[in-house]
Design a protein around this ligand. Structure first.
Ligand SMILES: Cc1cc2nc3c(=O)[nH]c(=O)nc-3n(C[C@H](O)[C@H](O)[C@H](O)COP(=O)(O)OP(=O)(O)OC[C@H]3O[C@@H](n4cnc5c(N)ncnc54)[C@H](O)[C@@H]3O)c2cc1C
Length: 386
């Protein structure tokens, strides 16, 4: 199910049909409906299928090997992939560092790094957070000393998604500890994870998978050419990237898919007969439709202005908090079955309960927590006193 706030033109309908039939023929059953990430080699396999088809980077310009799709084509692709339960592609290369290199990188950096992102030959991870520098990211302490044309990096990063599977990390490092403001003196640097002195230790999540890792740097030598933008100007680059990240977390079709799960389960267990449950389900359904309208509007702004800026914070809060409410209802609908990690049988097929519920807890934390997004809105959109 879904409600769209735009109607496909004849050409778009043809594109949607092509996407649907390609997915039906290409995406195997074992890659559908994962609540957690599928095993890395399977995810990369899927990445390569999308690349071969020419659909891996819908928003990238053609000159960099992208699809240069219209906004509506991008939405159609997102919708159909979510509807089919396709696994999400690791966002760090295609959605994050790729666009950043196009905006801030040198010609040489673009030539070197963009092609293997597209093919899936090189996987990227994001090294922003540190123990003591998450919400207050500017507090980061990983140090980069400049010596003889190289940065020498010491420190550590944490919560680095899929670091253990990645080839490269884009990291924020403190390159000028004497800068007057803590936001100054930070550089955005590209680091080959095979460089001597790097140690990666995976962390198990509440959902049972090893989604992220700690990354330790001890005297790691990185050529100064790997700095993106100006040395000590990494804060500007990092913030441009966070706006991309916040919009990327909001895909209304994922919410509609989760709502469908709730309805299937509630019909099977009888929870749907409870008027109080139905009232909250209807309320959440209406909020999801409202969110889909907001998303369509935000996507148009993002397309026209290249970046959503502060609106990305509103989208992030709204999308992730509705998703959590849907998963609370899922748990309630499942009743005692909710404690089971395996899929449960419903009259409309098997449905995963606990893994999805556990998986979405994180959504209001990563990419900047809900509390931090509310601070941004109160200060920078509403102009409230701090
Ligand atoms: C699934 C997942 C994947 C992630 N992947 C990555 C990754 O790939 N790379 C990366 O660099 N990081 C990643 N992160 C880290 C993420 O960006 C941080 O967890 C997040 O920024 C919050 O920082 P923290 O965990 O240090 O919490 P803290 O900053 O310690 O916050 C703890 C709590 O205090 C609240 N809080 C803090 N400051 C304020 C304030 N000023 N006002 C009100 N409330 C406040 C927060 O909202 C939160 O509830 C990931 C996190 C998750 C959950």
């Amino acid at each position: 199910m879904s409600i769209s706030f735009r109607t496909d033109s004849k050409k778009e309908k043809a594109f949607r049909d092509e996407v649907k039939s390609w997915i039906a023929n290409t995406l195997p059953d074992d890659l559908r409906g994962w609540s957690t990430r599928p095993p890395f080699h399977r995810a990369i396999w899927w990445h390569r299928q999308l690349h071969t088809k020419g659909w891996i980077a819908p928003a990238w310009p053609k000159c960099y090997g992208g699809m240069e799709a219209t906004l509506n084509q991008q939405i159609i692709l997102k919708e159909e992939l979510a509807r089919a339960g396709a696994p999400e592609i690791s966002a760090q290369g295609i959605n994050h560092v790729g666009p950043i290199l196009m905006q801030f990188g040198s010609e040489g950096q673009r030539e070197r790094y963009l092609p293997p992102i597209l093919t899936g030959d090189e996987t990227w991870c994001q090294g922003y957070s540190e123990p003591g520098a998450g919400s207050d990211l500017a507090n980061l302490r990983t140090r980069a000393e400049i010596y003889d044309g190289e940065l020498i990096i010491n420190g550590s990063k944490i919560w680095t998604t899929w670091a253990q599977h990645s080839d490269w990390i884009y990291a924020l490092v403190r390159s000028d500890p004497d800068a007057p403001r803590k936001q100054a003196g930070i550089s955005f640097v590209l680091v080959d994870l095979k460089t001597p002195g790097i140690d990666i230790r995976p962390i198990k999540t509440i959902a049972g998978d090893e989604e992220f890792a700690e990354v330790f740097f001890q005297d790691v030598h990185v050529p100064i050419e790997n700095v993106v933008g100006e040395l000590n100007d990494g804060w500007r680059v990092a913030n441009a990237l966070l706006a991309h990240e916040r919009l990327g977390t909001a895909n209304p079709q994922l919410l509609f898919e989760a709502l469908d799960r709730v309805k299937k389960v509630a019909k099977t267990t009888g929870a749907i007969k409870d008027p109080y449950f139905r009232e909250r389900l209807a309320e959440t359904d209406i909020d999801t439709v409202g969110f889909a309208a907001m998303f369509a509007h935000a996507a148009e702004i993002a397309n026209a202005e290249r970046s959503l800026g502060l609106d990305a914070s509103v989208m992030k809060i709204h999308g992730t908090e509705i998703l959590q409410r849907i998963c609370d209802l899922l748990l309630e609908a499942a009743g005692t079955n909710a404690s089971i990690l395996e899929r449960i049988e419903t009259d409309d097929g098997p449905v995963e309960i606990a893994p999805l519920f556990l998986q979405v807890r994180r959504a209001t934390i990563y990419g900047g927590s809900s509390e931090i997004q509310r601070n941004i809105i109160s200060k920078r959109i509403l102009g409230l006193p701090t």
